[in-house]
Design a binder for this molecule. Structure first.
Ligand SMILES: [Zn+2]
Ligand SMILES: [Zn+2]
Length: 328
């Protein structure tokens, strides 16, 4: 049985997972026509009159095969002597972003990306109904080394603990708020928009910028200009269209200006507030946390010394290069 174990010296969680046998992959099980191969769909956008698991979908959500986290497992929190263990109850889903096998964010129409963004919302809303799910990560990889090209998808990972990185972010945001009574991200946006040098582009609803302490060259964050802690509560027709356009532009800028590098994109949004364990958990989260998207180019190449990132491209220079490559 798989287990989430906590390293008490670092506070990290580790998924201990004895190696199983992966299913053999013949052809793409995510292309239209292969619906039976990918398992019964969880959700889909399809034309009126089209039935579940038919091939005429626009965006489709399926369970990930060989999943790390499974909804049918029972949630058990257990002390093992001095150690903590939790069963990996949760969900691992793939949001198939397009019926077209070769699509990327750079080639998809913005209407298609917009539909994907609405599906992000739907999955967050649906999974957060389950109060044993504490945190949900939506991410997508483009060109991961060692992974053959595959059907374009975003991955949804819902887990019974808070992801280490989210926990760190939440803590920093809360401490900043306790001290200043202002949102850390709202303050950062004000300062960055004023200074301009790290801003890549600005729309009526979003800022795309290279963060002050970017971990690698070409790291980009996309933040809503208006404060909101949760992605799923914030999305509307106008803002979804705007975000779809920005994501398309950032993917096209990387493809055209920087030889189409691999990247990882992740939605950083508040955890499931229904899953509070202690009364004081996330008491000010609605005011102190600010959802956003982070795009990290070639994360596997990150240069680190004793945990400290070494970035040889100053963020100001990266922002200038991205502005030059940005589609107009
Ligand atoms: Zn395919
Ligand atoms: Zn804010």
């Amino acid at each position: 049985m798989d287990e989430l174990r906590k390293d008490p010296t670092r506070g990290h969680w580790v998924l201990i997972r004895p190696k199983g046998t992966a299913a053999l992959d013949n052809g793409c099980s995510h292309c239209p026509g292969a619906e039976t191969a990918s398992g019964a769909e969880i959700a889909a956008y399809r034309p009126e009159g089209s039935a579940a698991n038919d091939p005429d979908w626009q965006v489709r959500v399926v369970p990930e095969s060989n999943a790390y986290f499974r909804i049918e497992w029972e949630l058990v929190r257990e002390g093992v002597g001095m150690f903590d263990m939790i069963t990996p109850r949760g969900a691992s889903e793939l949001i198939l972003e397009s019926p077209r096998h070769d699509d990327t964010l750079a080639t998809m129409a913005t209407e298609q990306i917009e539909a994907v963004l609405w599906m992000y919302r739907d999955r967050l809303v649906d999974l957060k109904k389950d109060n044993q799910i504490r945190d949900i990560l939506i991410s997508r990889r483009h060109k991961k080394p060692g992974v053959p090209p595959h059907h374009p998808y975003s991955r949804v990972t819902a887990i019974p603990i808070v992801f280490d990185e989210t926990r760190r972010e939440l803590r920093e945001a809360r401490e900043y708020y306790q001290y200043k009574r202002r949102c850390l991200y709202c303050d950062m946006l004000r300062q960055e928009i004023g200074a301009k040098e790290r801003v890549v582009t600005l729309t009526s609803t979003f800022v795309a910028l290279v963060p002050y302490a970017a971990r690698g060259p070409l790291e980009v964050w996309i933040l809503p200009r208006q404060h909101a802690c949760c992605y799923e509560e914030w999305i509307t027709g106008d803002s979804a269209r705007d975000l779809a356009r920005l994501l398309s532009e950032s993917a096209r800028a990387l493809a055209a200006g920087f030889e189409d590098p691999g990247y990882e994109m992740a939605v950083h949004t508040a955890p499931n507030q229904k899953s509070r364990i202690l009364q004081g958990d996330w008491a000010t989260i609605r005011d102190d946390y600010h959802w956003h998207i982070e795009i990290v180019v070639q994360p596997e190449r990150a240069n680190r010394v004793g945990g400290i990132y070494v970035n040889e491209t100053p963020p100001e220079a990266a922002a200038a290069a991205l502005r030059d490559a940005w589609p107009r």
